[in-house]
Design a protein. Structure first.
Length: 375
């Protein structure tokens, strides 16, 4: 009798265990290629969120679930991005964090929309992403309109720049950022003195920099990533150009110093992160950075706290809906008012973050140093 009772208890426990739901959150970014350092940063943030959910026994509608991260590598390439998106769609993941760049996020978003899977990008800033009419697209950082025009205001009013050249890397991110920066300059009565372009894998900038040097700029604005910006800065030095450099979050990490061949001087580069926290959120962000450093043995680049909040915003929406089924929790996600590490996660009608901020930085001693947080 005792053995029979024990058997029934064991079978009951096994039934409960087998009935536990598994929620799979996809994450896509560049794990290989020139911007893999940002991609790994994003994945690490998402992984911290998944670990936190499991550690606290986070539930959905009162039922305990197992949270799993499903990572994919798109290498920062649009073709690989759509292949990775299709793989996650076929696997019927419950939600997706990613992609990392605008050039990968935008083409992938159609696949998630067709599959009905909510997607939150923690880093893609091109306005087109959330203007496609897809109800599955969200982002937790400010877009290029805000970022580019905020940088333009700072360049003219605070830096006193009068002769500004612009360069983009022909990606969706780079072109979008330069376009909005240029629009911001025109609003202030300033026109660019030179406009050139390169590509996101270029290493030789002698031809375009020679043209730019002839226009005698006091500032070069670059739309692209630090894997290109660093070598460009080094070659500016070699050509005797004393102009400062400005860019968006793609160049806004400590990797700029080694990528520039250690030629970057204090205050020479100004950049902005599409996000950041105001004074009330600084303590929480510092705790997150400390936890990240303890977990991975490295410092946060840029994206990790945003991908962390993106995962937790999805989890909170699922709990409110009482379901991890995308069609059921999607309406709740759109109505989010989640208090995260990076601030309040709430979306407008297009899926853009409401009241998004941007943080201006320069570099001192090779390290990113904040200047101001603005809206």
């Amino acid at each position: 009798m005792k053995k029979q009772t024990l058997l029934m208890v064991a079978l009951s426990a096994a039934g409960v265990a087998s009935a536990q739901e598994t929620v799979r959150i996809g994450h896509v970014a560049a794990m290989t290629g020139p911007v893999a350092h940002f991609g790994k940063d994003s994945e690490n943030g998402a992984r911290m969120a998944i670990d936190a959910l499991n550690a606290r026994g986070a539930t959905i509608g009162g039922k305990k679930v197992k949270w799993v991260l499903v990572p994919e590598d798109d290498a920062g390439d649009p073709k690989q991005a759509t292949a990775a998106a299709q793989k996650l769609a076929d696997a019927r993941v419950n939600g997706v964090i990613g992609h990392e760049t605008s050039g990968t996020t935008i083409p992938a978003s159609k696949i998630y929309y067709d599959a009905g899977i909510p997607q939150i990008s923690a880093s893609a800033t091109n306005p087109k992403y959330t203007l496609q009419g897809f109800n599955t697209t969200f982002r937790v950082v400010a877009n290029d309109t805000q970022l580019g025009r905020g940088l333009a205001r700072y360049a003219v009013k605070s830096m006193g720049a009068k002769r500004i050249a612009v360069v983009d890397d022909r990606t969706a991110y780079g072109q979008g950022l330069v376009t909005e920066f240029s629009n911001g300059l025109r609003q202030q009565g300033v026109n660019v003195v030179a406009r050139e372009f390169t590509n996101d894998k270029a290493t030789d900038f002698a031809a375009i920099l020679t043209k730019i040097r002839a226009s005698n700029p006091d500032l070069v604005f670059f739309g692209g990533m630090n894997a290109v910006a660093g070598p460009m800065l080094r070659q500016m030095k070699q050509l005797g150009m004393n102009a400062k450099m400005m860019g968006g979050d793609g160049i806004c990490s400590d990797a700029m110093q080694p990528l520039s061949g250690n030629t970057m001087t204090d205050g020479q580069v100004v950049c902005a992160e599409a996000g950041g926290v105001e004074e009330s959120g600084k303590a929480g962000m510092e705790r997150f950075r400390a936890d990240y450093r303890k977990r991975f043995g490295i410092d946060v680049q840029i994206i990790a706290p945003y991908s962390y909040d993106a995962v937790l915003a999805i989890a909170a929406a699922m709990d409110r809906a009482g379901s991890s089924a995308p069609a059921k929790y999607l309406p709740e996600l759109a109505k989010s008012n989640y208090k995260g590490v990076t601030g309040t996660i709430a979306f407008d009608k297009n899926g853009d973050i409401r009241d998004g901020v941007l943080t201006l930085y320069t570099f001192k001693g090779g390290h990113r140093t904040p200047i101001a947080v603005t809206k």
